[in-house]
Structure formats: C-alpha cells, structure tokens
Ligand binder design. Sequence first.
Ligand code: HEC
Ligand code: HEC
Length: 395
Amino acid sequence: MKHIRFYFLIVIIVAGTYLGYLLFIADTDAPDLTRYPVRQLKFFPKKVNMPEFNPLTKEGVLLGRHLFYDGRLSGSEDLDSLKSCATCHIQSKGFGSDIKVLAGKGYPCGFTKNGEGIFGKNLHVTLPLINLLYNSNGYFRNGFIREQNLYETDDLEIGFKYLESIVWISIVSEQVIDSNVKQMLEIIGSDQVYKSLFISAYGNEKITLKRIVLAISQFIRTITASDFKFYHFMEGSVVLSDSEQRGYELFYSERTGCFHCHAGSMTMTTNQYYNNGGDGELQGNCDRAAVTLNPGERGAYRAPSLINCALNAPYMHDGRYSTLEEVIDFYSENIYNSKLADPLLKGLNDGGIHLNKAEKKDLLDFLHTLTDYTMLSDLSYACPEALGRFGIRAR
Ligand code: HEC
Ligand code: HEC
C-alpha cells in the first residue's frame, strides 16, 4: 500500500512537470538561439553599444545579413527598382560609398526648443558602417541618434535613440530606400528562404517591419574593422616603413594635433564633435548645433574614424575634398579660423600646420596603414548567394 502511494506521487509529479513544460513551450516561441560572441578587441573601447532588447544571436545576424543585401527591401521585385542598404553601404568600400543623401529630409536631424523637427538643406556623404558597436556617443554625422533623446515615435517605440532607429528610418525614408513596406512584407513573406531564417531567429515565420529592423541592426553591429597594419604595429607584430613611422610620429605630435580628435582608441576617432575649421559660411544646418541647440557648435560634426579612410572618398560630411592629399593640404594651408573653430586645431592663427612636401607624403603613408583589407572580402559580411539576382552586389 505504501509503495503504491509512493509511485502515485511520483507519477503525479512527473505528469505535472510535463504538463507545465507543455504549457511553457506552448506559451513561447523562443527558439534555441546561439549567442553571437561580441569581440572584445585590444585597444578598443570596452563599452559596447547593444541595447538589451536586441542582443546579438547567430540566427539574427544571418537573417539580418540577407535583408541588408536584399534589393527587394524597396518593396519591388522589378530588377530595375531594387534598393537595399548595400546600394550605398558597399563592402569593398568598407561599407561606405561616395553616394550623397539630403540629410534630415523626411525625418529630422534635430529638434528645436519647442520640439519641432529640424529639416536639412544639405547633402551628406554615406557613412561607413564599421565598429558601430564601439561607438556610444551618438550616430549620424551630427550624433542626432542617441539614447538621451526622449522623443518616442511609431510602433517600434525606439524613437531616435538606437541603431535600430536608423535602420527603420533608412527603410522608410524617401531619401534612402523609400520602401513600399506593405508590398515589401508580402514579397519577403512569400520567399521560402526567409521562412526558415525567420523561424530560426524568432521561433515562427511571422514577418514584421520590427523584426526586419532588429535583424539588420544585429548584422551591422557585427561589422568590425581592426585588421590593419597600424593595429598590428601597436600589438608589436609588424614594423612600419621609415616613411610610415615618420607619418605616425607626425600624427601623434602636438605640431599637427591630429591624434586629439582622431585617436583615443584604435577605432581612430574620439567620436566627439568638433568644428575642424572647414566651414566659413556654415551652409549645413544638420550640424552638431541642430542636436545640442548650442550656437557655439555650428559647423561641428563627428570626427570620422580614419580606419579605411583611403577608401572613403569624398571627404568631410559634404564630400568637399576628393582625395586624402587635398585633406592634408587643407590641414596644412587652408584652415579657416573663426570663433567656432575648435581650439584643438593647430596653426589656427596661421592658416594651418604648414607641412613640407616630404612630411605630407609621410602623413599620407601613415593614413594608408589604417586600411583593413580583410573585412573588404570577409565572407561573413558578404552578400548571401541565396538571394540570387535580388542580392545587391558591389559594382
Ligand atoms: C541612398 C544611400 C543610403 C542607403 C540606401 C542607406 N544608407 Fe545608411 N547612410 C547613408 C548616408 C548618406 C548616411 C550619413 C547620414 C548622416 O549622418 O547625415 C548614412 C548613415 C548610416 C548609419 C550611421 C552610421 C554612423 O556611424 O553613425 C547607419 C547605421 C546606416 N546608415 C545604416 C543603414 C542601413 C541599415 C541601411 C538599409 C536599411 C541604409 N543605411 C541604407 C546613405 C544610405
Ligand atoms: C579638432 C579636431 C580635429 C583635428 C585636430 C583634426 N581633425 Fe580631421 N576631422 C575632424 C572632423 C570633425 C572631421 C569631419 C569634418 C566634417 O565632417 O565636415 C575630420 C575629417 C578628417 C578626414 C576626412 C575623413 C572622412 O572620412 O571624411 C581626414 C582624412 C582627417 N580629418 C585627417 C586629419 C589629420 C591628418 C589631422 C592632423 C593633420 C586631423 N584630421 C586633425 C576633426 C579633427
């Protein structure tokens, strides 16, 4: 009798647990996700910019890579109307390009004191998508996308705060992909390839704009550029040529001051905002002042990372220079001294830092040690074969 009661109890416990388990799995679609390892790189900022609501998973990143390259993000299958992120963010150019877009059209690039949007009048050059994970000081050239923004919008409830917001803006904005979202969701939804990709990333095949945005954001957070000569020089595994070495010393000298704004970590930028003495007339209105409403920051923009700068022509937010030689000439002889120019700039009272010909060449050679050739052909960032003719491949 005692035994029977004991077994009965066991059966009840086992059955109860099993029932609970069944209820649990019925209630959640959460698939078994594989964590995507975040790379902690030597000399890079320790802090990574990854919101809790969208952690990196291998399944999410793979889905995001497909969507990033899929020309049908435009909402059309017509081969002439294909457009995707990869139209402007091109792998062989470090995920940048020379394409310009009217900044702050269709969506603001800042807010006035009364909370009204500031809309841009000027073209901005495409920003390369590298090391985004290691920037916690605002995205876009003026840093408008930042966590401090209180503004809430749309059903994504992510306002203008995260990379996710940029991905969403890029899909819908008429200046960028200008997607017909309803048609896009239908097209993506009828593709068998996506069925399994959505199931592994989200547990079911429900396709929504929000899920698309989250997955693309995951993919672009994985794009890392750290395999360049100067990085390996700092690690102690290679030496620089004589000219590169002289250029390196110039770059890190108080005479040129370059390192004050373009170093700090091996992402080769402080991600701070400066007026670098380029804009006498201050034509652009999507500058840092549009974000901070501080008139002292007119003409200030984020110091771009110099990693891959040899691939990122044209230069400056508006693409005013077409070669690195021109940029070096600018710092050497053409700095515009105004009250707004950042005091970290050297030679402000003298029109520039006045380098001779040999010094210019040395500095240029140093800038060329910042190119990461590996990422340009890294297959884990490349256009997936499965997209066939709908994949946007480098021109
Ligand atoms: C028509 C060209 C174009 C297309 C298509 C495009 N972008 Fe961009 N992207 C730009 C330009 C131009 C900027 C710089 C805007 C600025 O800062 O003023 C930019 C900036 C960004 C940034 C900010 C990077 C940083 O360092 O702050 C991210 C992230 C980004 N784009 C992601 C995407 C994604 C994801 C897609 C696809 C959904 C996409 N873009 C499609 C042109 C484009
Ligand atoms: C006070 C900060 C500051 C100093 C000092 C400085 N820069 Fe810059 N640099 C910037 C800013 C800000 C921009 C972007 C300006 C814009 O978008 O209009 C920039 C842009 C550039 C670009 C273009 C990058 C691109 O992708 O468009 C290069 C190259 C560059 N700087 C190299 C240098 C070199 C070399 C030196 C030293 C001679 C130097 N900088 C000194 C702040 C600075």
